[in-house]
Design a protein around this ligand. Structure first.
Ligand SMILES: *Cc1c(COP(=O)(O)O)cnc(C)c1O
Length: 472
């Protein structure tokens, strides 16, 4: 399988080169030339599979020349489970099902994606990507500097996936003062020598722009062997597809279609759901759940993709106005025409907005629904859910559930709201809504006492370049 750039002028790459490249040299994102599809009997046969078996079945369709036994080992390690709470087994998932479903009412379910080592769904992608990169670098005898920007959860998940691995340094940029204490400490208390945390005086979008600028400087990128773990990395998308299958299969797929509501920031997670659908999974609705930073919901409503100011909310991992992975969908919506996307994105950079063509807009509306949820309603959902079922939701998961309930059309189709973070990652919001402080799992209980280590830099690409030059 080969991968193409959404902007049409970069050469096609293999899976491994796509994973190492991150962003394409023409500024585009890589997408598979053709999407592999499963037949209904093939999907039905997944019903008997464990999570790692299912993940292997899905991911192997994308993974090019990686030997099956190697891929199986990487996936087996990535989604290993450890059910007792000792701190020594920190790298594993803490639920036997890996991605369990919890039932809220007759037709509403939560897909709990927060049982991984850093308590957010990003562990699904980054446990896999860290090991995959380790394997590829070792095979090639190369070293790499992993650079990423985080709005809170990517950073710790990436660090957890890469810490202590041979041949890798990892540099993570987070927006100073805009991630929760738990999120920051999950990054800054890691002691492995290959881990470097930078707090940028700016927003997440600023951090992301700096990372993009580092990759856009080809000489710098090649000199330091930069590799990306941001949600634009194709391996991350691929590793998020299996749980859509896993959840739907438990609710009657492929005979029955399921709806998904996905708390969305960079459009990575929900794009994986769209891929699952393209691979043949019957999906009733794909609901984009946004907080006040609602660029995607506005775009669906108006046909204009236009940037606004970032507003801090109770769900900081979605405080994003430029949804990087949306470009992958735009590519499909515009007949996979790279020239058109290149033109639209250039306009977006210059004018901060562009208008979808009528056909692209109507396709967007046919594939997705969208809702934007304010902080007040987020808190209300946390409180109501706790009162009705005793389940504590984190604010991101609450945005997902609220938008799902608002946007679902067929109330008899099971609705799966993706629970993307553990409530203990955002204890203040949960406490304010319910009066209950969610406890951190035992393996993280010393987090608030550990010593932190990070550097603070101005919102300036040159400063970050100098830092990398000086310290690595
Ligand atoms: C990153 C994140 C999201 C948004 O995911 P995208 O793939 O960026 O859309 C939602 N919830 C939580 C808890 C996150 O960490």
């Amino acid at each position: 399988m080969r991968y193409l750039s959404t902007r049409g002028s970069a050469p096609a790459l293999s899976f491994e080169d796509t994973v190492l490249a991150g962003l394409a040299p023409d500024g585009g994102l890589y997408v598979p030339e053709t999407v592999p599809a499963f037949s209904m009997p093939e999907i039905a046969a997944m019903q008997a599979m464990s999570y790692p078996e299912l993940a292997f079945t899905v991911i192997s369709r994308f993974a090019g020349n990686i030997p099956p036994e190697t891929l199986e080992a990487i996936i087996g390690e990535s989604y290993g489970t450890h059910l007792r709470s000792s701190a020594s087994q920190a790298g594993l998932f803490r639920h036997a099902a890996v991605a369990p479903l919890a039932q809220l009412d007759a037709h509403t379910f939560l897909l709990e994606l927060f049982h991984g080592p850093t308590l957010a769904f990003k562990d699904f992608a980054l446990q896999f990507l860290g090991r995959l990169l380790g394997y590829m670098l070792e095979k090639r005898g190369e070293k790499a500097v992993i650079v990423g920007a985080t709005s809170g959860d990517t950073g710790s998940a990436a660090i957890e996936g890469c810490r202590g691995r041979e041949g890798m340094e990892i540099v993570i940029l987070h927006p100073y003062g805009r991630v929760s204490d738990v999120q920051r400490r999950q990054m800054t208390t890691v002691t492995d020598g290959n881990v470097h945390n930078i707090a940028i005086e700016g927003t997440f979008d600023d951090c992301q722009d700096i990372v993009k600028a580092l990759f856009a400087d080809a000489a710098f990128r090649d000199r330091h062997h930069l590799a990306a773990v941001n949600s634009i990395n194709w391996a991350r998308i691929v590793a998020q597809i299996p749980y859509y299958f896993y959840a739907a299969l438990q609710l009657g797929a492929p005979a029955k279609a399921v709806s998904f509501s996905v708390p969305t920031g960079n459009f990575g997670d929900i794009y994986a759901g769209y891929m699952a659908k393209k691979m043949g999974l019957p999906v009733s609705q794909l609901i984009i759940a946004a907080n006040r930073n609602d660029i995607l919901a506005r775009c669906l409503e108006s046909g204009v993709y236009g940037m606004d100011k970032v507003t801090p909310t109770l769900s900081p991992s979605m405080d994003i106005q430029v949804s990087s992975n949306f470009e992958r969908l735009l590519f499909d919506l515009h007949d996979r025409n790279g020239k058109t996307i290149d033109d639209r994105m250039a306009r977006f950079r210059k004018e901060k907005q562009f208008t979808l063509s009528p056909s692209a807009w109507s396709r967007f509306k046919a594939e997705f629904s969208a809702g934007s949820v304010n902080d007040e309603d987020t808190k209300k959902t946390i409180a109501d859910t706790y009162a009705a079922s005793g389940v504590l939701l984190d604010p991101h998961s609450a945005v997902g559930l609220t938008a799902g309930q608002r946007c679902r059309r067929d109330t008899s189709a099971p609705l799966v709201a993706l629970a993307t973070a553990h409530p203990a990652k955002f204890p203040d919001a949960v406490m304010a809504a319910t009066g209950v402080t969610p406890a951190l799992p035992v393996h993280l209980q010393d987090l608030l006492r550990k010593k932190e280590r990070f550097d603070t830099l101005k919102n300036d690409t040159v400063a970050v370049k100098k830092y990398i030059e000086r310290s690595l």
